[in-house]
Design a protein around this ligand. Structure first.
Ligand code: PMP
Length: 423
């Protein structure tokens, strides 16, 4: 997505951008487009959870949810998420309130205990590396960096990571133990992994016997159009290719119900599920099953989940439409930027001219509009082209979003035209 045009912008365009920016800074805005948090109205959709489970304390299978135990989570809740996460319920765990903590734990446990298929722990190996499709999710990168795992960026195209690069790197380097993937409505560029990409991930030859795909399907149910996207079933493809232990599937209700009080899920082969359960049994006597029962009673079944996500969409879609409308009106045809039009998920990626992203973010902050730091979409916070900006439209009201987008596009014009004029 290259954006620079060599055409000289007429001086009036720069003058106008400077005037607009001056007006913008005089407005004393205080707006935040940083994180993909659900808006209060989205959280209101799940208000019913607060009065559940009422006076019930037994799950349908008779489990008393008030007590210890049930490390794998309530079976009926796992059933609801089995289809959407493409993992049979008996190999899907319902855990705590966060999928990120499950990813964290999987990394820690891989360092401290031998993974199925391996002979040594990661802690006993000199070097561990992960492939990081870019642009990607900053918290994935923060996790890998935290544990001293080397991050190797891999470019993405419209159907996922560049598989020629992935296949070469995993085949030649036994230190490459994993890859981060957000396969549906990816964070931040909304990419949906294509069938061929998924088939190649499943069957590729890896030098590491304990290579894992961290399949973070955080936006599996988060459609923004009438045509929900389905992706190929990675777990089934891996099993068919003789690599059943390759995928670690993650998901959560963070952007379905409450972002701070939802339920996280982990799905994989029986060997991996047993490995994680054995490890997590040292860490906890069991998850919060009261919260799980609450979710079960609230969502009821897969159809209940679908209807709930339609309601979420009715709140989110107008915001994504607003982003597209303003980007098109303010930047369309300028050659200053390109952007994604996601069909689901939580983010829009804005690509500004090379060397412009940090400056756009700085100018926006000066005008009271806080954006995710430029570079956050890349390992070590280093976007070599300094061109990618992540837009998170969910949290602000429509009115605030409109102001923030107009402000942001003013900054893009200012920085872009200044650069063209060599200022
Ligand atoms: N994965 C991705 C791709 C995300 O975008 C987010 C939230 N921004 C998370 C995981 C965090 O999930 P959780 O709240 O379940 O920890």
């Amino acid at each position: 997505m290259t954006t620079e045009s060599n055409a000289d912008a007429p001086a009036e365009l720069l003058d106008r951008a400077r005037r607009d920016y001056k007006e913008l800074t005089a407005r004393g805005l205080k707006l935040d487009l940083t994180r993909g948090k659900p808006a209060p109205e989205q959280l209101d959709l799940s208000e019913g959870l607060l009065s559940l489970p009422g006076d019930r304390h037994h799950a349908p299978d008779g489990t008393d949810v008030r007590n210890y135990g049930g490390l794998r989570g309530l079976p009926e809740l796992r059933e609801i998420f089995s289809d959407v996460l493409q993992v049979p319920a008996d190999r899907l765990l319902a855990a705590g309130n966060s999928s990120l903590e499950l990813m964290h734990d999987c990394l820690v446990h891989a360092f401290l205990s031998v993974l199925p298929g391996a002979e040594t722990r990661w802690a006993d190996q000199e070097r561990i590396a992960f492939l990081c499709p870019v642009p990607g999710y900053d918290r994935h990168f923060a996790l890998t960096e935290r544990f001293g795992i080397e991050m190797i960026p891999v470019p993405m195209d419209d159907s996922g990571p560049d598989m020629d690069v992935v296949e070469r790197l995993v085949a030649e380097d036994p230190a490459v133990k994993g890859i981060w993937c957000v396969p549906k409505y990816s964070n931040p560029n909304g990419v949906v992994y294509g069938d061929e990409t998924i088939a190649r991930l499943a069957r590729m030859t890896t030098a590491a016997p304990d290579f894992r795909i961290f399949w973070d399907n955080a936006y599996a149910a988060h459609h923004l159009t009438d045509e929900p996207v389905e992706i190929a079933d990675l777990s089934a493809a891996c099993a068919e290719s003789g690599n059943p232990d390759r995928p670690f599937v993650f998901g959560s209700t963070s952007k379905i119900t409450f972002a701070g009080a939802g339920v996280g899920f982990f799905g994989s082969s029986t060997a991996n599920v047993d490995w994680l359960t054995a490890n997590s049994s040292k860490r906890s006597i069991g998850p919060d099953k009261v919260n799980q029962l609450r979710h079960l009673l609230f969502l009821r079944d897969a159809e209940g989940l679908r209807i709930h996500m339609e309601r979420q969409r009715s709140l989110l879609q107008p915001k994504f439409d607003t982003v597209q409308r303003i980007l098109e009106a303010e930047l369309g045809g300028t050659g200053l930027a390109e952007w994604t039009t996601p069909t689901g998920g939580y983010f829009v990626t804005l690509e500004v001219g090379e060397g412009c992203a940090k400056e756009v973010v700085r100018r926006a902050a000066e005008a009271g509009i806080v954006l995710t730091p430029a570079g956050a979409t890349h390992p070590y916070g280093d976007d070599p082209r300094d061109a990618t900006i992540r837009i998170a439209p969910s949290f602000p009201s429509l009115e605030e979003l409109e102001k923030a987008m107009l402000g942001l596009t003013t900054c893009v014009r200012l920085v872009g035209y200044e650069k063209r004029h060599g200022n």
